[in-house]
Ligand binder design. Structure first.
Ligand SMILES: *Cc1c(COP(=O)(O)O)cnc(C)c1O
Length: 412
């Protein structure tokens, strides 16, 4: 097809095609996006929307951020893929920049978030056998209830979400799941076989759950005491979203291993990474782990530009300042159709009164108001606009949510 269908009804035609030929592993809102810029997207029929999902935080810097598009364009004109069989001139600078940003010594670049998690698990197990001295084949990793770390078979095997797990077994052994936010449960689960504690500093998919203040510091203490790697999945929470580079900074905690993804690719290409010191990542020898596309020139060029943006501190500053606005405005809706609001920075989980509407219904109503958001687990919606959103737009979006809930309450 060489022409783009933008005539009236184009959206419905596109949706029909997607339904017929695309696998039904998602249930998208009925909007067909044609263009995006900053916090704005336009559908095939020319309607504009504010994007308050931002690709689950993959679009922290907005759609088509000029510096990121420029970096990609420059690299497209040079070389896009070499494989890791050869060096290329973007790899070293990308790894060095990301390591410096994270305050760590080394970077293992991969592509998707799930791959970063898988890679982190492999590294932790190998570290456990070679450095800690865990008996062969016995390594265990402690994970949290309500976790979301991706969709591979190993990862869904330690999820407790029936939709994520059911029908996909058998699963890999070696994981112990304990309640999220409960450091005592982690302490009780640690034994001589434990190589890592793997958690999200704030659980995104679970509904933007912020753990108790002492949770991460206590995990840090336990891991140091028992010689266990603290592995923080900052794939959604990291890279500016919460008002800091990493969400764990709010608790003054530095993990042994960061897992990064989503925004690391600037919304342009998939880029993920495991970031840690040499005594951890150094367990990998040539041939023991890899990826054809991991750390490719295009990905590394975009990743470098992302790191440069974050090094200015500006995205983090905006998230912190506008996060105050977002949470201030949302607090005024509590008791008016909203039961509770959680989150940090430009990131909020909003529990809607289930007597009023499902999360999905609220998302559909908001779409009609020109705001795109996504529900998660029942009656919770998640607000996570690009960090380039304006204060006015944040207020607009929350005002729209207020109107939607008022109309639902009035039965209109
Ligand atoms: C999205 C996400 C992942 C998985 O990333 P993919 O790129 O979709 O594989 C892992 N962990 C967390 C916390 C995420 O939000």
């Amino acid at each position: 097809m060489t022409t783009i269908d933008t005539a009236a009804g184009a959206g419905d035609r596109q949706i029909a095609l997607a339904e017929e030929y695309g696998a039904h592993n998602y249930h998208p809102l009925p909007v067909v996006i044609r263009e995006g810029l900053g916090a704005h997207v336009t559908d095939v029929e020319g309607r504009g929307y504010l994007d308050f999902l931002a690709g689950y935080s993959a679009l922290n810097f907005g759609h088509r951020h000029p510096a990121l598009i420029e970096a990609a364009r420059r690299q497209l004109d040079r070389v896009t893929l070499t494989s890791r069989a050869f060096h290329h001139d973007q790899f070293g600078p990308f790894c060095a920049g990301l390591a410096r940003l994270a305050g760590k010594e080394q970077v293992l670049p991969m592509n998707t978030g799930a791959e970063a998690v898988e890679s982190g698990i492999k590294v932790a197990r190998k570290w456990g056998y070679e450095v800690k001295g865990v008996p062969a084949g016995a390594a265990t990793v402690i994970v949290a209830s309500g976790n979301f770390h991706g969709r591979t078979t190993t990862i869904v095997g330690f999820s407790d979400d029936p939709d994520a797990r059911d029908g996909f077994g058998p699963f890999a052994p070696g994981f112990r799941r304990v309640p999220y936010g409960d450091a005592a449960a982690v302490a009780a689960a640690i034994d001589a076989t434990t190589v890592a504690v793997l958690v999200e500093p704030i659980q995104g998919e679970a509904g933007v759950l912020v753990p108790p203040d002492d949770y991460l510091p206590e995990l840090r203490r336990l891991c140091s005491e028992h010689r266990v790697l603290l592995v923080l999945d900052e794939i959604q929470s990291g890279l500016g979203r919460t008002g800091r580079t990493f969400a764990a900074e709010h608790s003054g905690v530095v993990p042994d291993v960061y897992l990064l993804g989503k925004a690391l690719g600037g919304g342009v290409v998939p880029v993920s990474a495991v970031v840690a010191d040499r005594d951890v990542l150094g367990v990998l020898q040539p041939g023991q782990h890899g990826s054809t596309f991991g750390g490719n020139p295009l990905a590394a060029a975009v990743g470098r530009a992302v790191v440069e943006l974050l090094a200015t501190g500006e995205p983090q500053r905006r998230a912190a300042e506008l996060g105050e606005v977002l949470h201030g405005e949302l607090a005024a809706l509590v008791g008016r159709g909203v039961i509770a609001v959680r989150g940090r920075g430009l990131w909020a989980g909003v529990d809607i009164d289930p007597g009023l509407a499902t999360g999905r219904q609220v998302c559909e109503d908001l779409m009609a108001e020109g705001i795109l958001v996504k529900d998660t687990h029942g009656s919770t919606i998640r607000l996570a606009p690009p960090l380039v959103v304006t204060e006015q737009e944040v207020k607009e979006a929350v005002a729209a949510l207020g109107r939607v809930l008022e109309r639902r309450a009035a039965g209109r």
